[in-house]
Each structure stands twice: as C-alpha cells, then as structure tokens.
Write a protein that binds this ligand. Sequence first.
Ligand SMILES: Nc1ncnc2c1ncn2[C@@H]1O[C@H](COP(=O)(O)OP(=O)(O)OP(=O)(O)O)[C@@H](O)[C@H]1O
Ligand SMILES: [Mg+2]
Length: 355
Amino acid sequence: MFVTHDRGFLRALATRIIEIDRGQVTSWPGDYDNYLRRREERLHAEAQENARFDRLLAQEEVWIRQGIKARRTRNEGRVTALKAMRRERAARRGLTGTVKMEAASAQASGKKVIEMTGVSQAFGDQVLLRDASATLLRGDKVGIIGPNGSGKSTLLKILLGELQPDAGTVALGTNLKIAYFDQHRSQLDDTRNALENVAGGRDFVEINGSRKHVVGYLQDFLFSPERARAPITRLSGGERNRLLLARLFAQPSNLLVMDEPTNDLDVETLELLEELLLDYPGTLLLVSHDRDFLDNVVTSTLVLEGDGRLGDYVGGYSDWLRQRPAPPCDHAPRHSDQASGPTTRGGGALPRARS
Ligand SMILES: Nc1ncnc2c1ncn2[C@@H]1O[C@H](COP(=O)(O)OP(=O)(O)OP(=O)(O)O)[C@@H](O)[C@H]1O
Ligand SMILES: [Mg+2]
C-alpha cells in the first residue's frame, strides 16, 4: 500500500486505487488510467445529478414564496422536504480548488548571473567537485541532477556564495535578487502562522506591481483565512510545501533557486508550478529528481557525474540520457568473474582464499 503523487510510479505499479475526495473514500479496482476514466464518468454523472437537483429545488423555492393563499393551504410534507433539500444543497461540497500561482519578479539582473571557475570541494575523502566550472546567463533555466549525496545541494550553496569552496572562485552578477527554496524547508518558522511566515507581519504583498492582501494571496494557494491564522505545525507535507512556494513567490526575484520543490505536490499543483516556471522571466536553478518536471522546465542540465566531475548538457533529463557518455561497464566483468566461479576460487590469489 503506497501514497504517491507520481503519475509514472502509479501507472507502473498500482493494481487498485483508493481515492479520498471530499470526505468520501472510494476504492477503484484496476490501474491508474482506468481510475482516471471512471472518475471522469463519475464526475460527469454527479454534475448532471446536481443540475437536476438544483432545478427541482428552484421550483420548490418558487412554490414556497407564493402568496398568502397558497401558503395557507400548503402541504407540510412538502415544506419538510424542501427544508431537507436546502440542507442537502448547503452541505454539497465542490471539488477542491486549484492553486493559482504567480511569482513576483524583480528588475532584470545583469547578463552574467553566476560565473564559477575551477571549484573543488570535498568533505573528508569524499570528493564532490574537482576543478569544476559553469556559467549561468540571464534567463537560463538550469537543472541539476545526480544521485542522493552526490553534492547537488552543496553545489547550490557554493553557487550562491553561502559556502566557500576548498578551491576556486564564484562571481555573482550585478543586481541579483535571489529567492531560495531550500530542501529542508528550514525557512518556515514553526512558531508563526502562515500569514506571518509569508508576509512577515505586513498586510499586503506586492506581486508584479499590484498590491494584494496577504489573506487573498494565501487563498490562491488554497489556505482559507482560518487556516492561514492557525499554527503551521499541523500542516501536511504538501501544504507545507505550498506555503513555502507562496512565501518564495511573494519575494521579488530575478534568480530563483529551488532545491527539490516538487516533493509532496499533487499533480495539479505540480503542473501549475511547471507553467509558472516556464513563464518566469528571470534565471532558474532547479534541483529535482522528477524527470518529467525537469524535461518540461529546464533548458540545460548540470550533472554531478561522480568523482568530482560536473557535466554540462543542453536540454532536460531525457536529453541528458541521450547525450551522456556510455556508462562505465565495470560491473559486467565482475559479474561474469563470479559466474565463472572456479577461476577465482581456483586462482587462490584472494586474501580471503588464503586465510
Ligand atoms: N557541511 C558538511 N560537512 C560534511 N559533509 C557534508 C556537509 N554537507 C554535505 N556533506 C556531505 O556531502 C554529500 C553531498 O551532500 P548534498 O546535500 O550536497 O547531496 P545532494 O546531492 O543534495 O543529495 P540529495 O539528493 O539527497 O539531496 C553528502 O554525503 C553529505 O553528507
Ligand atoms: Mg540535496
């Protein structure tokens, strides 16, 4: 049993889908595509049923408003039924809304955004970067990929000047306004509510020249006014992430740095984030393990290739798969050595064999 927003993962694995929608739990046998089809049919039927109900309710509301004479003779059963219909209508819940996102952009930065030259970085005997260089120009949308622990977050810190590398230099361009989404979500203050976290006590945020009340702004990110005033410690993973996005996009920026922003986001929010990033006029540095997301957003990719190498490729994840050097095949011979066991065992050259 697993919980995920990852469409590819769901398609490949799920044989049954349990959905939670507006307080109802429904089990759908079959795969994800079957679920999407059946759900579409159900929503359609639901919309038709709601329309029929609303027509009937409207008729009854006209009836009960008729003159004194009609009221004197009116049927108590019909009145009770109408009251029940009103309650049912009031309790009907719409589908959960979708997030509206807009990023505050600052004036353009200089043409050269970041220039990193000959950077090396190691922790103990683990070499993350060896004599690595990269240039970021205004408007570039750069993805950073590599396995867990390969140094992506460290590279971001070096590029931003937060971490002084063991060797090499990083020059930041002029007029940079950086908005940084960190992987550990440490920028949220758990002692403050959502409003304070996003606007720091101000009532208004400024999004691209227009002032917006912070309560309304947070509603765009699906936080109701009550939710926005409640402590944030009870927020779900996805809600926390949405709040961080709201905070990030309220800061005017021309360099957006995001370290794994897609974790816990549902499919609709993810697609909106993709659109926002595509329209973002500034420069983007994006660490993500989500292949579709990278393919849809970035125009070039930096790859931590191991042993301190930093590769620079045009395009997104799939483009990198096509361009990358053939993976070293040092595993294959080792396996065949094991398969042909007698030669290694018979050789007696291994220390273990000797003891
Ligand atoms: N300040 C530090 N001191 C010692 N080791 C560190 C420090 N910062 C990071 N490391 C180590 O450097 C390696 C790279 O860490 P980093 O956080 O950059 O990886 P990452 O590529 O972002 O991984 P992930 O995909 O899991 O986010 C890790 O093995 C980490 O333990
Ligand atoms: Mg990281």
